[in-house]
Each structure stands twice: as structure tokens, then as C-alpha cells.
Write a protein that binds this ligand. Structure first.
Ligand code: FES
Length: 170
């Protein structure tokens, strides 16, 4: 079932908390403690290893699954790394396939929205939404991300348009 997701087997075999809040907390491979109101204690967050730095070639993106099944795309923009949700904030295009990186700028080739991965500033004239990222750092050859909860974009109704409708509207 999780053959394509290294590290998932243990999770698949373990009991998982039922509520979304509990699932998010447990999904990061972090110590889980009951939520406030249950037994009144806090839980502990920490950085999660996503991959090795050498797993992602310069100027490329690669998708990984962190413990519990949250997809994270790691981008190597040459002078650093960024970790982000796997889809474009415009129309949910999978960035691993549509994203191109050049001069630290990630461009989604579907409709040319672009962002500078160093500054996270929007680039070009088409881009209308910020890209969101997880805090990310390289440590001892590993890429770590701080995933407090899964980042999910809100999409407008227009985001569901097919390409013909999108370009007809422009
Ligand atoms: S889906 Fe990425 S720019 Fe439109």
C-alpha cells in the first residue's frame, strides 16, 4: 500500500488518531500528547528530515512524503533549498512536473506564475498569489522541514476552470 512511500509502513501498521487535529500532530512523527481539554498537556514539535540534500539536483524539485503522509516538495534552487506543498497555488498543478527553476526563480510552466525561492517574492506579471513554504534548513547533508501542519491552498472557483476556459477568459 505504501510501497512508494519510504518510512510509511510503520505508520500504516500503527493506530492513528481519529480527529484531524490529532492526526496532524501525530503525523509528523512527533511526540503526541492529548490535546488541551482532553488531558490538558501540550505536544512537542520538531524539525523533520525530508530527504538528503543530494537527493535533489540543483535547479530541480522532488516530492517526498513525511511521516504520516504529508507531501512536501523540496526545491534545490542552486544556492539553497525550499520546502513547499506539492501543488501550484494557482490551479493545483503538480509542481514536481510543471515547475522549472532558473536563477532562484521557480516558474510553473502551466500559466507562468513564478516566485523567487530566496525571497519568496512574486515574479513576472502573471503571478497573483504568494507561494507558501515550510521552514527549511540543511543540516549534516540532510534537508529538514518544520511542518507544524499541512499547508493547503484555498482555491477560487476560477481555479477549477479547464485550460480552454482559462485562456478564453484572459
Ligand atoms: S497552475 Fe501553475 S501557473 Fe497556473
Amino acid at each position: 500500500m505504501f510501497a512508494d512511500r519510504p518510512g510509511m509502513l510503520g505508520w500504516a501498521c500503527s493506530l492513528r488518531p481519529r480527529s484531524p487535529a490529532r492526526r496532524v500532530r501525530a503525523s509528523h512523527g512527533l511526540e503526541y500528547r492529548p490535546l488541551a481539554g482532553e488531558e490538558g498537556t501540550a505536544f512537542k514539535m520538531s524539525w523533520i528530515k525530508v530527504c538528503k540534500a543530494s537527493d535533489v539536483a540543483p535547479n530541480s524539485l522532488k516530492k517526498f512524503w513525511v511521516a504520516g503522509g504529508i507531501p512536501v516538495v523540496v526545491a534545490n534552487y542552486g544556492s539553497g533549498f525550499a520546502a513547499m506543498p506539492p501543488v501550484c497555488p494557482h490551479m493545483e498543478e503538480p509542481l514536481e512536473e510543471s515547475g522549472v527553476i532558473s536563477n532562484c526563480v521557480l516558474t510553473c510552466t502551466k500559466h507562468l506564475w513564478a516566485w523567487n525561492l530566496k525571497t519568496l517574492a512574486q515574479e513576472g506579471t502573471e503571478t497573483a498569489k504568494d507561494i507558501r513554504t515550510y521552514q527549511c534548513k540543511e543540516e549534516n547533508g540532510d534537508i529538514l522541514a518544520f511542518v507544524e501542519e499541512e499547508i493547503v491552498y484555498d482555491y477560487d472557483d476560477d481555479d477549477d476552470m479547464d485550460d480552454a476556459s482559462f485562456f478564453a477568459k484572459s
